[in-house]
Design a binder for this molecule. Structure first.
Ligand code: UDP
Ligand code: MG
Length: 311
């Protein structure tokens, strides 16, 4: 088993790969321990494949996995984690936006006993105001809706201990956001703050469509909120409509005919809508329970145990 595995998803990164390799190699060699660099070529259409082939021919520590088409960064990361044989794994972008010196600090934290070290972005250079704003909202909304204690402003730049990766790989769900699953599995986690530099070359591959898909994969597998919301809405509307109806009935009994027939329309329709929402909500609870069964996450994850071996 090698000690460290760097996992690098690469999609149309022909301009960055050599620069990335030249930046991380002296750093990894300096550690004087075994390592591998796993590049996952996510169906690139440029010269990424050939460049990686060249690097792998020169250096046996470079391992390359070529996807048959573009499956997305999350799939590429997952593949890298599955292929890696390290005791500690560090996921890094190919464009040097994840500084190698921060990876060294992550290794220090791992040696101190942390199982996950997140890279937390303090500043983000070279990114549009739109991207910064959507990222800002996403992390905070995601924490709120899912209740996951995900450190804000952390992307996929992380160090994982082998046991964390094993726990993540035991989750077989299709739709996944690794950074959410990393929080879900627990263990001892910390973060290192850094200023995110600009891309060394090329342009971002994250279109708005890809960002929406990513957000969706983060939110829906991790919360029932979207399914149980109709129940809350139905209860609110039901209480309001019933209170309104009771008031009108009391007024009518006292001989006060408030607003005529149309006034009765709001609470009556409101009550009917509330009943429909509640029925929908109950059906959604079933959907949510079926989803959890299909998702089939482990019921718990054991960090360590004592004295069992002696039995
Ligand atoms: N990436 C990938 N598949 C994709 C999109 C991106 O493997 O479909 C890789 C990309 O080559 C890079 C990393 O994921 O190494 C992050 O992508 P990018 O730099 O475009 O995202 P940003 O840093 O702008 O959020
Ligand atoms: Mg980038």
């Amino acid at each position: 088993m090698v000690k460290y595995s760097l996992i690098v998803p690469a999609y149309n990164e022909e301009k960055s790969l050599k620069l990335f390799y030249d930046a991380v190699t002296p750093m990894m060699k300096g550690l004087q321990e075994e390592y591998e660099i796993i590049f996952v070529n996510d169906g690139s259409r440029d010269a990424t494949r050939e460049i990686l082939r060249g690097l792998a021919d020169l250096d046996k520590r470079v391992k390359v996995c070529n996807f048959s088409r573009n499956f997305g960064q999350q799939a590429a990361l997952l593949c890298g984690l599955e292929m890696a044989s390290g005791e500690a794994m560090i996921a890094m972008d190919a464009d040097l936006q994840d500084p190698p010196e921060v990876a060294l600090q992550m290794i220090e934290k791992w040696k101190e006993g942390y199982d996950v070290v997140h890279g937390k972005r303090r500043k983000r250079k070279g990114e549009t105001v739109f991207k910064k704003a959507t990222a800002f909202v996403f992390y905070r909304l995601m924490r709120r809706i899912t209740g996951l204690d995900m450190p804000a402003d952390t992307g996929d730049f992380k160090l994982y201990d082998r046991k964390v990766v094993d726990a993540i790989l035991s989750m077989k769900e299709h739709d996944r956001l690794l950074r959410a699953q990393t929080t879900w599995v627990g263990f001892k986690q910390t973060f290192i703050e850094f200023d995110r530099p600009e891309r060394v070359a090329g342009e971002t591959h994250y279109t708005l469509k890809k960002m929406v898909k990513l957000a969706q994969s983060g939110v829906f597998p991790n919360t029932d909120y979207t399914l149980t919301f109709p129940i809350k809405l139905g209860l609110g509307l039901g209480v309001l409509s019933t209170a309104c109806l009771i008031t009108f009935i009391v007024l009518a009994c006292c001989g006060i005919n408030f607003g005529g027939l149309t006034a009765w329309l709001f609470p009556t329709v409101g009550l009917l809508a509330a009943i429909i929402l509640l029925c929908q909500g109950v059906a959604n609870i079933h959907t949510s329970m079926i989803y959890r069964e299909v998702q089939n996450r482990p019921k718990y994850i054991v960090a360590d145990k004592y004295n069992f071996d002696e039995q």
